[in-house]
Write a protein that binds this ligand. Structure first.
Ligand SMILES: Cc1cc2nc3c(=O)[nH]c(=O)nc-3n(C[C@H](O)[C@H](O)[C@H](O)COP(=O)(O)OP(=O)(O)OC[C@H]3O[C@@H](n4cnc5c(N)ncnc54)[C@H](O)[C@@H]3O)c2cc1C
Length: 374
């Protein structure tokens, strides 16, 4: 068996999309993911893909899988509404209808991961925690894993997320700043809840803002029908995000975070209180909003970074996954075109460091709030 050419560390959105793009281009690759299975972590929230992300997905996936992503996408929002805690609109406008596709695609994270895994299952190794890499004398690179195993390749791509151990070794001085925090939760969308919830909160891109800046956004996440087998079905839910100024909450258990959110809205409109009261409490989590500072180009001919591993950004503008997918598209395209992986990698880094950190800068201006979903 020949060893894979590209070693991808991390089987998240960017790493799997790269593996798909390389498969389409005929470049061999293997993915090493620390999770033990695709659904082993809570993957329970929506990702909004704009044209950047949707076009990258279209370029990297075989046509039938892109069509599956569109068919299983979340229904788009029809209005943008900003309100006060009593749901008095402060600003509202309709969102022109757009067919889900290349310009717009709201997807459930687990569904996207399952689609991205389809057809490349044998090249994705779960339960492999990257430990460190070693640059070999012949120009290749060796990845070492926590279980004592290793793998050799011509290029190693760290697609291992915000706390990337590959970045830790490659650019140890890189700085990731904390910008604040947000509490995320989800509430099953039952028929009763749907009937009782004010129209301003359903199928809208919304933000409910109190005078002290505390804000909640509620995204309606429902597909047009059940997911086809073998994809995991994801019944409709409301995904809510609460942000406030000041230090993060003391308690971080799902129960404590849910209590905090419930107390925050104690005198808000009943429609909001009910959504929080009916939440799936164990699914509540605290997100530290992080943002990378620009890094200088590095000198390592066989090691590069992709996605949050290099340019993690606030989710406020909903760009992180879009840019990770763009990275995958650009790198797969260059590796397919260039005869030398070193040249392809250098051109990828030149482009990616430019547009990636431009997106980080833009996202710092809007660190909190809902990811835009139309
Ligand atoms: C609540 C929330 C909502 C968001 N909404 C949006 C949105 O609407 N639109 C948008 O564009 N972006 C959104 N984002 C951002 C988006 O999720 C990320 O930018 C995107 O997932 C980055 O992809 P990635 O592949 O770089 O990293 P990830 O998807 O985080 O994948 C990294 C992978 O590396 C693995 N890994 C980590 N360490 C190791 C190791 N040592 N060995 C092996 N594997 C390892 C992890 O298990 C993980 O699977 C959101 C983020 C959050 C938290």
């Amino acid at each position: 068996m020949t060893s894979p050419k590209v070693l991808i560390i991390g089987g998240g959105i960017g790493g799997l999309c790269l593996a798909q793009g390389l498969r389409r281009a005929g470049v061999s690759a293997a993915v090493y993911e620390r999770d033990t299975a695709p659904a082993s972590r809570a993957q329970g929230y929506r990702i909004s893909l704009k044209d950047t992300g949707a076009k990258a997905l279209h370029a990297c996936l075989p046509p039938h899988l892109f069509a599956l992503a569109v068919a299983t996408s979340i229904r788009p929002a029809t209005r943008m509404v900003f309100m006060d805690p009593q749901l008095r609109p402060k600003f509202a406008k309709p969102i022109p209808p757009i067919e889900p596709g290349l310009a717009d695609l709201g997807v459930n994270r687990l569904t996207l991961r399952e689609i991205l895994l389809t057809g490349i299952e044998e090249t994705v190794h779960f339960g492999k925690t990257f430990h460190r890499y070693e640059e070999l004398a012949d120009g290749r690179v060796r990845a070492h894993f926590a279980d004592g195993s290793s793998a050799d390749g011509t290029l190693l791509v760290g697609a291992d997320g915000t706390h990337s151990p590959v970045r830790g070794q490659l650019v140890p001085d890189a700085v990731i700043e904390d910008l604040g925090w947000a509490v995320y939760g989800r509430t099953p969308l039952t028929d009763d809840l749907l009937a009782a919830t004010p129209a301003e909160l359903i199928d809208t891109f919304n933000r409910v803002i109190a005078a002290d800046g505390t804000a909640i956004s509620i995204a309606t996440c429902r597909t047009r029908g059940p997911n086809p087998r073998p994809l995991t079905d994801i019944p409709g839910y409301l995904s809510w995000t609460m942000s406030a100024a000041g230090p993060p909450p003391g308690g971080t258990s799902p129960h404590e975070l849910h209590e905090l959110a419930t107390a925050t809205v104690a005198d808000w409109a009943p429609g909001i209180r009910r959504i929080l009261a009916e939440a799936d409490v164990p699914a509540t989590f605290l997100l530290t909003i992080t943002s990378a500072l620009p890094v200088a180009p590095w000198q390592a001919p066989a090691v590069t970074l992709l996605g949050d591993a290099i340019h993690t950004m606030s989710p406020g503008r909903g760009d992180g996954a879009n840019i990770a997918l763009r990275d995958a598209r650009v790198l797969a395209g260059l590796l397919a075109l260039e005869t030398s992986p070193t040249t392809a990698k250098a051109e990828y880094e030149r482009q990616m460091l430019h547009y990636g950190f431009a997106a980080v800068t833009a996202s710092r201006e809007q660190p909190f709030g809902p990811s835009r979903s139309r």
